[in-house]
Design a protein around this ligand. Structure first.
Ligand code: SF4
Length: 404
């Protein structure tokens, strides 16, 4: 199976999105503390790593950790807002260091909407420039998009733009907004969409991508809002294949191993033929309305077969539906029946020991705490000017002793 792990390289950013779910913390990484996390993913026999943030290009050791991860045999990827990557020399440096794939995050190809969502002017041109710079440097380019209230009605307009101006992009990732954490939690009224707001434009966007031979994944969207493309749901694919995901959070959560997708279901789901392979509604932040869910009556096996037989996915291991069904029944019996019946607890920390101990994610020092406080003050001033609320205070963390 092709498990991919996430390492949050930094938690600060040069943008100020009103729905950022992973804002600044006092935690910081050195090369050595990141190296331990790369080793952890290798020990878990993971296929690849996604370096993320905050904005990962702001860490001075990013090329070095790319090189190390590549040398350890991981497929090396990064999620970025593109502002720094638009510099061609920097893109080449990362390519030389071993970066293989970049997800450039763009919410809207309408410059004024992108600027409003990013809390910064001029970001769209830089992000589009980053796509070209990465492509010229030999890095594969994907586009990530967070679905939110301001772009919900024109997702297909984004696709039209990429197909015309950046035809080398072959893969797209759509993430419905996570209203549970960070600034997303406190700015729900401004940014959290209703499911119905994006249903039609997402369908048009995915239809365009499919017709043009592109591939795509969709996260945190219940299958009833993407039923024609249910095989592209990240959660459904992971449920079908029994995959997990490890995230090394650069905050008090530390390492989280996600095997249950922590989504919720409504009464309507009980009548739905896709219930056992649907992630349901991701709503730990109470930002969505479960009454928007409605049962669908399509063939579950057709969707499972599309996933198992996907020629673009190197991770599938079941050759037949019958073989899959036996394994799935066993897994359902063990986990899904109980874990998905009620609303699950928030993220549980990973309890898998590495040798004798858990890996620790980053450190908090006196210096990192002072920098954090200065950044947070500056961000609060920007947030006031933008009319968005700042995230709740992070839980206090004592600095660790040097080398601790
Ligand atoms: S009704 Fe529930 S189980 Fe069915 S597709 Fe919608 S969210 Fe999924």
């Amino acid at each position: 199976m092709a498990n991919i792990g996430y390492i949050q390289v930094v938690r600060h950013c040069n943008h100020l999105c009103g729905f950022c779910s992973n804002p600044t913390t006092p935690y910081t990484h050195t090369f050595e503390t990141m190296k331990v996390l790369v080793d952890d993913l290798v020990d878990r026999d993971y296929f690849g790593v996604i370096l993320t943030g905050g904005e990962p290009t702001l860490h001075p050791e990013l090329p070095r950790i790319c090189r190390y991860a590549r040398e350890r045999g991981l497929h090396v990827r990064m999620i970025t807002n593109g502002t720094r990557l638009a510099d061609g020399a920097f893109a080449r440096e990362l390519a030389d260091a071993g970066l293989q794939l970049v997800h450039v995050s763009i919410y809207s190809v309408r410059p004024e909407v992108e600027a409003q969502l990013r809390g910064s002017e001029g970001t769209l041109a830089r992000a589009l420039g980053a796509m070209d710079a990465a492509h010229a440097a030999g890095i594969e380019v994907n586009v990530n998009c967070v679905i939110n209230k301001l772009n919900a009605a024109h997702l297909d307009e984004n696709v039209e733009h990429y197909l015309e101006h950046h035809p080398y992009v072959r893969h797209f990732v759509w993430n419905n907004l996570d209203p549970s954490m960070g600034r997303a939690e406190v700015n729900q009224a401004q940014f959290t969409p209703r499911l119905i707001d994006f249903e039609a434009s997402l369908h048009r966007a995915l239809s365009l991508l499919q017709a043009s031979g592109r591939t795509f994944r969709v996260e945190k969207v219940p299958l009833c809002y993407m039923v024609d493309f249910a095989w592209a749901s990240t959660e459904t694919r992971k449920i079908v294949k029994g995959e997990e995901r490890v995230v090394h959070f650069l905050d008090a959560k530390q390492t989280v191993r996600q095997t249950d997708w922590e989504h919720i279901y409504s009464e309507a789901c009980e009548a739905c033929t896709l219930r056992t392979i649907c992630g349901g509604l991701f709503d730990r932040g109470n930002g969505y309305d479960p009454r928007e869910l409605y049962p669908v009556f399509v063939s579950r096996d057709t969707i499972v077969r599309a996933i198992l037989e996907d020629p673009h996915d190197p991770s599938f291991r079941y050759r037949s539906l019958t073989e899959w069904q036996e394994d799935f029944d066993r897994r359902c019996h063990e986990t899904l029946a109980g874990a998905h019946a009620t609303r699950p607890a928030p993220h549980e920390p990973d309890e898998r020991p590495q040798g004798e101990r858990l890996v620790s994610v980053g450190v908090v020092t006196e210096q990192s705490r002072r920098k954090f406080e200065a950044k947070r003050e500056a961000e609060a001033r920007r947030a006031r000017a933008l009319g968005i609320a700042m995230e709740r205070d992070v839980e206090p963390t004592e600095p660790e002793p040097p080398g601790g």
